[in-house]
Design a protein around this ligand. Structure first.
Ligand SMILES: Cc1cc2nc3c(=O)[nH]c(=O)nc-3n(C[C@H](O)[C@H](O)[C@H](O)COP(=O)(O)OP(=O)(O)OC[C@H]3O[C@@H](n4cnc5c(N)ncnc54)[C@H](O)[C@@H]3O)c2cc1C
Length: 427
């Protein structure tokens, strides 16, 4: 049970952000940029590893641009111009779309560097970052409202108490704070899983990100593998190689190492993607989708990023959505703190879940339908074998899946995607 409020002591802030991944650092940046006193509590110390594909789509580039992050190659970023898609014996290169709303390139950066860089960017905007501080539970007032957190700091785990009128939970999949307030994961929402490792490979330098829908071809029984494999050149002679199963509900028990081995065995041996060329162990983590923990605001606690389940069910992309929801949580907090404490503030805070629904519910519903299709391997085989022969169709599908359109103001494809998304939202 969360503990009651101890006598006033410890540290304070206008807003506490728990976790300094992309969601937490973005929330902290926007809060600090608005002049609020924000403290970020992060259990690790930077640089630290984060299991990820390290791929940033144009959506994520836009999120970084908005915060004024220098994403030039001179600043250490590797740019890519699109996707090379494999499936059913076909291969096609598709450039990121030319749109008004989104940039036409993506980026690669290891999360080891990316997360540190973003956290430092938030600090430069005025946020206070406290590393090696593990938040253990929420601090509640007599009414059961979150008014801070309990934490342990440093190697000796010395206890700390932090107080703030608002707390942003950006601690990733574990969602410890949300769970302790009774916000459990909704079992009816998809939960993906993904694994990756780095290899030294000739595919380490590439203008395109390789993705392959041939996972279901690899099993002895050609069983359902609702996901895709990837090879992302890191630009330093290594590649990030892995696969994601977007819906574990239909995948059953999976031996990840065996799936990876079988899939890699289908690829040209001269790419050198196998275990022999690995420079890191295979590691994996969950992909929480479909806003699986709801409501995203309760009793002084706002959820952002994986903590809320913000991953795109179409493709497992989570970094851009972590940054976007971090920003929305920050904007909600800024508006709420400008209102008088009490009902007016609460009204502002309760608008946050609706804002997330307005922004993403339609796309996530369509994504759930897509996952249902992916669970039929014969359908995936048919769609990739025939669909990949039609470049216009692939381009349209990737816009839909990547949530990259100009909406109502765009071309015929964008307007169709916009209409479908609206329909899905109200359905
Ligand atoms: C194998 C794999 C590949 C992926 N590939 C991609 C990809 O290529 N592109 C993409 O867009 N997405 C990808 N994703 C998804 C993406 O990694 C996540 O969606 C994203 O990291 C979510 O960001 P976040 O800030 O919400 O959480 P996280 O990145 O998980 O950050 C949470 C932070 O909170 C800290 N923390 C946790 N608990 C506590 C605590 N109690 N106290 C203090 N601090 C705490 C953690 O140390 C961490 O720094 C991938 C995921 C996996 C598993």
């Amino acid at each position: 049970m969360p503990s009651p409020v101890p006598a006033a002591s410890g540290h304070t802030a206008d807003v506490l952000v728990v976790g300094a991944g992309p969601a937490g650092s973005s929330a902290a940046y926007w809060l600090a940029a608005a002049g609020l006193d924000v403290a970020v509590l992060e259990k690790a110390s930077f640089p630290r590893e984060k299991v990820c594909g390290d791929g940033l789509t144009p959506r994520a580039v836009a999120g970084l641009d908005a915060m004024g992050v220098d994403t030039s190659p001179a600043a250490g970023w590797v740019r890519h111009r699109g996707l090379r898609v494999y499936g059913g014996g076909q291969v096609i290169e598709v450039d990121w779309p030319q749109l008004h709303r989104w940039p036409d390139y993506g980026l690669i950066r290891s999360r080891r560097e990316f997360d540190q860089l973003l956290a430092r960017h938030a600090v430069a905007a005025g946020a206070r970052l406290h590393e090696c501080v593990t938040v253990t539970e929420p601090l509640l007032d007599d009414a059961g409202r979150v008014v801070g957190v309990h934490a342990t700091a440093g190697d000796d785990r010395s206890p700390q108490t932090w107080r703030a009128p608002l707390v942003v939970s950006a601690e990733g999949l574990s969602g410890r704070l949300a769970k302790s307030l009774g916000l459990l994961r909704r079992e009816d929402r998809p939960l993906g899983v993904a694994v990756r490792r780095y290899v030294r490979s000739p595919r380490g330098e590439d203008n395109y990100l390789d993705i392959s829908f041939d996972l279901s071809e690899t099993g002895p029984t050609k069983e359902s593998m609702p996901g895709y494999g990837w090879v992302f050149g890191m630009g330093d002679g290594t590649a990030n190689v892995g696969f994601g199963l977007l819906d574990t509900r239909s995948a059953g028990d999976v031996d990840h190492r065996a799936v990876l081995r079988r899939w890699l065995a289908c690829l040209p041996p001269e790419w050198e993607l196998d275990e022999e060329h690995a420079v890191s162990p295979l590691r994996g983590a969950g992909l929480p989708m479909g806003f699986h923990r709801q409501p995203a605001y309760t009793r002084g606690l706002l959820l952002a990023g994986d903590s809320a389940g913000a991953v795109n069910p179409f493709n497992g992309e989570g970094i851009s959505y972590a940054m976007e929801t971090g920003r929305m949580a920050a904007e909600t907090a800024i508006e709420a703190l400008a209102a008088a404490e009490g009902p007016a503030r609460e009204v502002a805070l309760r608008r946050y879940p609706q804002r997330l629904a307005d922004e993403y519910a339609g796309h996530h519903r369509l994504g759930a339908g897509f996952l249902a299709l992916l669970s039929h391997p014969e359908l995936v085989r048919f769609a990739t074998a025939h669909g990949l022969k039609r470049p216009a169709l692939v381009r349209a599908a990737l816009r839909l899946m990547g949530n990259l359109t100009d909406g109502r103001e765009g071309d015929a494809v964008d307007r169709t995607v916009h209409a479908l998304t609206r329909l899905a939202r109200v359905a």
